[in-house]
Design a protein around this ligand. Structure first.
Ligand code: PLP
Length: 407
């Protein structure tokens, strides 16, 4: 990266915040083992406790003791989903409800549970990338133990109706896990008002370093351990704590919470610039809900312009955007999320994700948008038919007819 480069892939990972970078030498110096009784260990323990307070503050937890540190979002969701059944006992059956646009960090452990005799219902989303709360609730059965719905989608930014689901689950004996990896630090989060039991976060999505995350656990008695070893984190996450990573996440959480309103304002303005590409580029569409969306995310389909080619054309100009979820973008498969929304394979292959962060300026957004217009034009010179017409809402290029007919 040079100072002229424009990084627009914050949903994949975020740059380390300056306040975290400046503190890193002293964080690395806090090398004692938090379990050790002498001074060095105890100062590491105190630093971890301070980080716990900051993460609790970011997500509106009523007690810091409800925050369990992990290695990141993937581990947090694995602990949440498997941990519920570790407590109940594997082999007792049971049922889990998830949405069709969950990150592999949730879909993966849910699939693993199926192998343990748990049944899983996957609730579809609409064309806007949002699941309907009523559909989630009507999927609940007598033996449902857990509902897991993400707060905001990593690809489209679509914000899910988690508050509505949480309110409806309050009086039922069904645990509610929310994958908040994309929401924490970008939206105001209150696990108390969401009414969730479990909430996953990841430090590297809001300015911390990679390898540190957290799981909010309302009541530790409701989940069991899935990793045997030491008794760190109340026995829920065995292994010596990643003290510098946890402290970096704590600092980033504090900064994200304090600057949230200002960050949202600027990111919305940048998002408007990228959204306006739907008017500037022919055959371009916004994927995902226009309003119920993260303030930093625009997912656009530029039909006939292969996303990887657009991404590479921008990359040589120092502009970095995403082509799907970070884990899947090296694969030659269309985005699972966009396919679940009913996009055709072709539309999914032609969709890019632009996600800004606290450091993005409106000037950068305007310049990147201009370059995107040119990049799409250049790619289409090679890949598009000679005349690009106008399509209606039900154009088969955009819409998967099979998904539409319900087959
Ligand atoms: N959940 C969502 C919604 C994500 O976007 C990601 C990462 O992109 C994860 C979970 C995984 O988080 P981590 O990279 O910290 O394991």
């Amino acid at each position: 990266m040079t100072s002229a480069d424009i990084y627009l892939d914050h949903n994949a990972t975020s740059p380390v915040l300056a306040c975290v970078r400046d503190a890193l030498p002293s964080l690395l110096g806090t090398y004692g083992n938090p379990s050790a009784p002498y001074g060095l260990g105890q100062s590491a323990r105190r630093a971890v406790s301070a980080a716990r307070e900051s993460v609790a503050f970011l997500i509106g937890a009523s007690s810091a003791e409800q925050v369990v540190f992990t290695s990141g979002g993937t581990e947090s969701s694995n602990l949440a989903i498997k941990g519920v059944f570790a407590r109940l006992g594997f082999g007792v059956g049971g049922h889990v409800v998830i949405s069709s646009v969950e990150h592999p960090a949730v879909a993966g452990p849910a699939g693993w549970l199926e192998g343990q005799g748990v049944s899983v219902t996957v609730v579809p989303v609409g064309r806007d990338g949002r699941v309907r709360a009523a559909d989630v609730l009507s999927a609940i059965r007598e033996d449902t133990r857990l509902v897991s719905v993400m707060h905001a989608n990593n690809e489209t930014g679509a914000v899910q109706p988690v508050e509505e689901i949480g309110a409806a689950l309050r009086d039922r004996d069904v645990l509610f896990h929310v994958d908040g990896v994309q929401a924490a630090g970008k939206l105001p989060v209150s696990v108390e008002s969401l009414g969730c039991d479990l909430y996953s976060v990841s430090g590297h999505k809001f300015g911390g370093v990679k390898g540190a995350g957290a799981l909010y656990v309302r009541d530790r008695k409701r989940i069991g351990w899935v990793q045997q070893g030491g008794h760190q984190e109340w026995g829920l996450r065995a292994g010596t704590e990643n003290v510098p990573g946890i402290c970096a996440m704590g600092l980033a959480a504090r900064a994200a919470a304090e600057n949230l309103a200002a960050n949202v304002r600027i990111q919305r303005a940048c998002r408007d610039v990228f959204d306006s590409l739907t008017h500037r580029v022919p055959m371009a569409r916004l994927n995902g809900h226009p309003e119920q969306r993260l303030p930093n995310t625009t997912n656009l389909c530029f039909l006939y312009a292969d996303a990887m080619s657009v991404c590479m054309a921008l990359s040589v100009q120092g502009i970095f955007i995403g082509t799907g979820s970070a884990c899947a973008s090296h694969r030659k498969e269309p985005s699972r999320v966009l396919r679940a929304m009913g996009l055709s394979d072709m539309a999914a292959y032609c969709s890019v994700r632009i996600s800004t962060g606290p450091g993005t300026t409106i000037e950068q957004a305007k310049s990147a948008a201009e370059m995107t217009v040119q990049a799409v034009e250049r790619v289409r010179l090679v890949t598009a038919p000679e005349a690009i017409g106008e399509c209606g809402d039900d154009c088969p290029c955009f819409v998967d007819a099979a998904a539409d007919s319900g087959s």
